[in-house]
Design a protein around this ligand. Structure first.
Ligand SMILES: Cc1cc2nc3c(=O)[nH]c(=O)nc-3n(C[C@H](O)[C@H](O)[C@H](O)COP(=O)(O)OP(=O)(O)OC[C@H]3O[C@@H](n4cnc5c(N)ncnc54)[C@H](O)[C@@H]3O)c2cc1C
Length: 260
């Protein structure tokens, strides 16, 4: 586990805040598209530190070996950028009902959390197809924006991002913004779009929406190996809750798609 220290706090929109961090090892990390990492948030009166329990091989075992009341909350996030050892992460402020959101809404310069990753084992290349489709909600916006920044202007793309309302839009070129405040939703808008079967598709966001969109694109004839997908959060369930039957089926599908 490595420590991350907050070096700046910048509100991007009413519901999204950008934090930058410094910390050991950041300067040596490589960069690749869609970098994901685990962040560790301290429980009240505790630290974000994960003790290195003896006889424990991997970081996850060390983490799980901690007594539950000391074990920090662990949540997944995306590297928005990593430049000269400065890590930038954009946090959705979805309310005080989750430790990550609550922490981010109150974060101050000097606060310390922990990180595992990002690991190049999770690096996935962009598709070669003529048309790339990106669809997600605000939690996926950091990933989508960082992927688009790497995409040459010549690559054709369709980009769909669902946010609460127009105040949540960011300066990301070419996005079809979908506003919940206007009664729109990601699944309805994306399934109505004209996408050819030879497209490459990237999906991230609320788990049931991602599943519905994946089913839609498979139904359109898009090859499963050309659909990158991940449920980023689950309605009513936290990231600590056990996987549902749908989550397990999704995990199996992801493994199967990798070996196709
Ligand atoms: C690979 C990956 C990358 C991610 N990257 C980012 C990122 O860069 N920025 C980011 O903000 N999030 C990102 N997420 C999503 C983030 O991990 C989840 O939103 C996570 O649940 C937040 O933790 P929490 O402690 O705030 O809430 P939790 O304790 O996990 O959940 C508490 C409650 O909040 C609800 N909830 C969780 N997220 C949301 C939401 N977005 N909107 C409304 N309700 C919600 C849950 O349904 C639950 O009822 C990513 C997820 C994955 C898997």
């Amino acid at each position: 586990m490595s420590r991350l220290r907050v070096t700046s706090v910048v509100p991007l929109t009413p519901r999204m805040t950008r934090l930058t961090f410094t910390g050991p090892g950041l300067g040596e990390l490589g960069t690749w598209p869609d970098q994901q990492l685990k962040l560790l948030f301290p429980k009240p009166g505790r630290s974000a530190h994960v003790s290195n329990a003896p006889d424990v091989g991997t970081w996850y075992q060390a983490y799980m070996a901690m007594p539950e009341d000391e074990r920090p909350w662990m949540r997944s996030f995306t590297v928005r950028s990593l430049t000269d050892g400065v890590l930038t992460i954009d946090f959705v402020l979805h309310g005080d009902n989750g430790p990550a959101s609550q922490w981010a809404s109150q974060a101050q310069i000097g606060d310390v959390i922990g990180r595992f990753g990002p690991s190049p084992d999770y690096a996935r290349p962009l598709g070669e197809a003529d048309l790339l489709v990106f669809a997600g909600d605000e939690t996926a916006l950091p990933a989508i924006a960082s992927l688009l920044e790497l995409l040459p202007d010549t690559r054709r793309r369709q980009v769909f991002v669902e946010v609460a309302d127009p105040a949540e839009e960011q300066d990301v070129p070419g996005v079809r913004w979908i506003h919940r405040s206007a009664g729109e939703d990601l699944v309805s808008v994306v399934t109505a779009a004209d996408v050819p079967a030879d497209a490459w598709v990237w999906l991230g966001g609320e788990a049931s929406a991602v599943r519905a969109l994946r089913r839609h694109f498979v139904g359109l004839g898009v090859s499963k190996k050309d659909i990158e997908f991940a449920g980023y959060w689950r309605r009513t369930l936290t990231q600590d809750d056990a996987p549902t039957a749908d989550d397990l089926a999704e995990a199996q599908e992801r493994i199967a798609a990798l070996s196709e």
